[in-house]
Design a protein around this ligand. Structure first.
Ligand SMILES: Nc1ncnc2c1ncn2[C@@H]1O[C@H](COP(=O)(O)OP(=O)(O)OP(=O)(O)O)[C@@H](O)[C@H]1O
Ligand SMILES: O=P(O)(O)OC[C@H]1O[C@H](OP(=O)(O)OP(=O)(O)O)[C@H](O)[C@@H]1O
Length: 218
């Protein structure tokens, strides 16, 4: 049998929305995948030639970009942050909708108000630096891995760049959304070399494209 394809999916909040989409595309994990106590990171699927790995959202992009996994699902926020040339994102799955925004407490001046340098706490230093650069501002980014919203209150940085959906987390931490940097949704990603050399990758892309284009019947 040919080497199995490896499909990387994130552990976090995209997973729940991704599973029905994957199922409609014929990617169905084994029962053990749903067992909360299971510590395995690799799972079989109903397709003998396809296995799943469950990793952190940022690592999905890394596994696929390096060809260690051929296919994956990840937010467009993560794709933008890494900007890997070997990673191709051909299908918008229209799930995991949120936005990446600049936020600050009410008493902090607007980003464009004359300053040429500012400090920003974020999980997305590359996207943040690029966005500020386009406005002639040099952003000094303090990298955090979560809970960015507490940084201004503790004096780590006056501004943050983080994901926003309902806006509740910002509001409950005394922050205002100032600028939307990008709209985010989850994408199917593939390794470019694998797409060229393994017809199964192209076939999976087509299946997900069809599923994404068809309204969910359920
Ligand atoms: N509030 C939100 N609403 C909708 N989608 C979101 C939201 N927050 C994050 N996402 C999407 O889900 C992805 C993973 O989110 P999140 O960072 O919450 O996962 P996580 O499990 O905390 O990640 P990590 O692996 O870093 O622990 C994000 O990259 C983004 O695309
Ligand atoms: O606008 P809201 O609807 O409040 O959603 C935004 C929050 O959701 C995400 O965090 P998550 O809950 O995934 O936790 P995290 O901080 O561990 O990433 C994001 O980082 C925000 O903190």
């Amino acid at each position: 049998m040919a080497t199995p394809l490896t499909f990387a999916i994130p552990k976090g909040r995209i997973l729940e929305e991704a599973l029905p989409v994957m199922e409609r595309a014929g990617v169905v994990p084994e029962e053990a995948f749903h067992d909360k106590g299971n510590r395995s990171l690799t799972f079989a699927t109903t397709r003998e030639d396809l296995r799943l790995i469950r990793v952190r959202a940022f690592d999905v992009a890394t596994f696929v970009a390096h060809g260690a996994a051929q296919v994956g699902i990840v937010g467009s926020d993560v794709i933008e942050e890494f900007d890997y040339s070997d990673l191709y994102a051909p299908v918008d799955l229209a799930i995991g909708h949120c936005r990446l925004s600049l936020a600050a407490p009410a008493d902090v001046p607007e980003a464009g108000a004359g300053a040429s340098h500012m400090r920003v706490a974020t999980k997305y230093p590359n996207v943040t630096r690029r966005w500020f650069e386009r406005q002639g501002i040099q952003a000094e980014c303090v990298k955090l891995n979560g809970a960015m919203e507490i940084a201004p209150a503790l004096g780590l940085a006056r501004r943050i760049v983080d994901l926003v959906s309902s806006g509740r987390t910002l509001a409950e931490n005394g922050l205002e959304e100032r600028d939307v940097i990008m709209q985010v949704s989850a994408r199917l990603i593939v390794n470019r070399a694998a797409l060229k050399t393994d017809p199964r990758v192209g076939e999976l892309v087509e299946r997900f494209r069809t599923v994404a284009a068809a309204p969910d019947a359920s």
